[in-house]
Design a protein. Structure first.
Ligand code: SF4
Length: 266
């Protein structure tokens, strides 16, 4: 499918939860978050139905995000259900890696192809500060488990303040080079201020060739991360909601005053 700017839209990012087992300082507010009610969260069957319809309309690439997707109960089953949809050529996940050592093999066997793991520093104390309590060793074990399970490629998403020339980013780059990982550097973004840029080593943030739509955990199709428009699949049905999002997809992002990274999935 193509949007009104003749961009081919073939990529659907699906947030399966707004919950997370970390509290990263650039994502989660200090005083916690108001999480969605259980009844607001799409069931696996609803997610699969949206994905099935989206594939029929032209999507062939699906990424599972959150919050943290691995905290969603039964996540391995959801991967298997999505993998069973003919036409999904690339099924990936973005995770903070904390639970990856536990699930990597099951996810691979269920049909997950590849994974992006968030890691901004190899300094354990700094990691604990940035994530408000996370253990670096758990992520490193998750990265190894992903490689051992055959998830390929394994990419590292490293958030930087201004550039990949920052000390932590250079250390992450060298770590990736030594361990056969692909590094991606994401400049810190602000939804409300409309601050975003092209991901170094990736495709995100390049509006001229944007190929994506997003499905939030509570069933909204978003034409753009940096926009406030959303179309409810429970209200309009998957096909109409996707079509409305496509028709309303902006030429480029501006600001998002209503959403949060933890409930959109970046
Ligand atoms: S800001 Fe919007 S249009 Fe630009 S790349 Fe992101 S989602 Fe696409």
């Amino acid at each position: 499918m193509y949007d009104s700017f003749d961009r081919r839209i073939n990529y659907l990012r699906i947030s399966v939860t707004d919950r997370c087992n970390l509290r990263c300082i650039y994502c989660m507010p200090e005083d916690g978050i108001k999480t969605l009610q259980h009844s607001e969260i799409l069931t696996f069957e609803e997610i699969v139905e949206v994905a099935r319809v989206a594939v029929k309309m032209g999507i062939n690439k699906v990424r599972i995000t959150g919050g943290e997707p691995l905290v969603r109960k039964g996540i391995v089953n959801l991967i298997a259900m999505l993998n069973a949809i003919p036409g999904i050529e690339d099924l990936s996940m973005t995770t903070n890696g904390i639970l990856l050592a536990k699930y990597a093999t099951q996810l691979r066997e269920a049909g997950l192809n590849r994974v992006n793991i968030s890691l901004d520093t190899l300094d354990g104390a700094k990691y604990k500060m940035l994530t408000r309590g996370g253990e670096l060793i758990e992520v490193l074990m998750g990265i190894q488990a992903a490689k051992d399970a055959g998830l390929d490629p394994v990419k590292i998403n490293c958030v930087v303040q201004l550039s990949s020339d920052e000390p932590d980013a250079r250390i992450i780059a060298e770590y990736c080079r030594q361990n056969g990982l692909a590094a991606r550097f994401i400049h810190q973004m602000s939804l409300t201020e409309g601050h975003f840029s092209v991901v170094e080593g990736g495709t995100g943030g390049d509006c001229s060739s944007c190929n994506r739509l997003r499905l939030t955990a509570n069933g909204k199709i978003l034409p753009c991360l940096f926009g406030d428009q959303e179309f409810d699949v429970r209200e309009f049905g998957p096909e109409r909601a996707i079509r409305m999002a496509l028709e309303n997809k902006p030429a480029c992002g501006s600001v998002n005053l209503t959403g949060e990274f933890y409930n959109i999935g970046g």
